[in-house]
Design a protein around this ligand. Structure first.
Ligand code: ZN
Length: 292
């Protein structure tokens, strides 16, 4: 084997191309856009299964020619430092098929499609997505993720099923502790929060950045009804937007009735007077009563 004097690259990451003489990489804007979207969905709380489903539903072409997006492809892309341009030289001696790192990483080796800050944020998000969602990660039943907390004890308010009805309830209710044993029907809660966020009065007083996110959210909510074929992708977008708009949802599932009920009592659903506080990202907090 003779050593060529000019650099010849054997392979490029799937989102980059190579010049015909294989001496340098070619930036492919369409693919770069898809990689950015994948990172955006990951930092927005989506697991790799949900991201794959999302891309499939929108018929986004894969980079390999295969028919569907695979969650392992998504996950390895999210972990791949080549996305922000870094190259780790590897040694393939001693039969190491995947190679072992050899020498320091080289930055700016590849054309970057995202920045390092986005990459780091995605690593944190990946861990959270893995621990907080089911293995398949595509259950968008609860679009609020970890945003809900209990007004009475400060614990998380979690998604739960009570005799086949999806509800939100304080997690202390299941920890042998006494908190208000009241639940808020999930469907009613979601309608209440989305109706509040989509209200023209909120849009009218929002800052420019918030306004843009609220208008996107309103589009997606309208689309849920008019474009049911893209329902999954719409709910993914809504989930990501809600996380961008809302910092915290403080749930008063029993309204002002704050006295804790003991652990033997039945969990009561949809108490009259229930309300929540919606705290916006870098913004004010608003009280919001159930619309049901
Ligand atoms: Zn509580």
């Amino acid at each position: 084997m003779s050593k060529a004097s000019t650099k010849r690259i054997s392979a490029a990451p799937s989102w980059l191309g190579l010049t015909p003489d294989r001496s340098s990489f070619v930036f492919l804007p369409d693919r770069a856009e898809i990689v950015r979207k994948i990172f955006q969905l990951s930092t927005g709380g989506m697991g790799s299964y949900a991201i794959a489903n999302y891309l499939d539903e929108l018929k986004v072409p894969t980079f390999t020619g295969s028919l569907n997006w695979d969650h392992t492809t998504i996950d390895s892309m999210l972990r791949n430092r080549a996305t922000y341009g870094e190259f780790q030289p590897k040694s393939f001696a001693a039969g190491h098929k995947r190679g072992i790192p050899s020498g320091p990483p080289i930055s700016n080796y590849y054309p970057a499609v995202i920045d390092k800050v986005t990459f780091d944020a995605a690593q944190v998000a990946r861990q959270q997505n893995l621990s907080h969602r089911g293995r398949k990660g595509n259950d968008l039943a609860n679009i609020f993720g970890d945003l809900c907390s209990c007004a009475y004890c400060g614990s998380k308010v979690i998604f739960h099923r009570i005799s086949n009805v999806q509800v939100l309830v304080c997690e202390q209710v299941f920890n042998h502790s006494a908190c208000s044993r009241t639940a808020w029907t999930y469907r009613d809660f979601e309608i209440t929060v989305l109706a509040f966020l989509a209200h023209p009065a909120l849009v009218a007083q929002a800052s420019d950045e918030l306004k843009a996110a609220l208008l996107d959210l309103i589009e997606e909510i309208k689309g849920l009804a008019s474009d049911p074929e893209r329902r999954f992708a719409r709910r993914v977008n809504i989930t990501v937007l809600v996380k961008r708009i809302v910092a915290r949802l403080v749930v008063h599932s029993a309204g002002d009735l704050t006295r804790p009920r003991q652990s033997s009592a039945q969990i009561r659903k949809d108490i009259a007077g229930r309300f929540l506080e919606i705290q916006l990202q870098a913004g004010p907090s608003y009280p919001c009563i159930s619309v049901a």
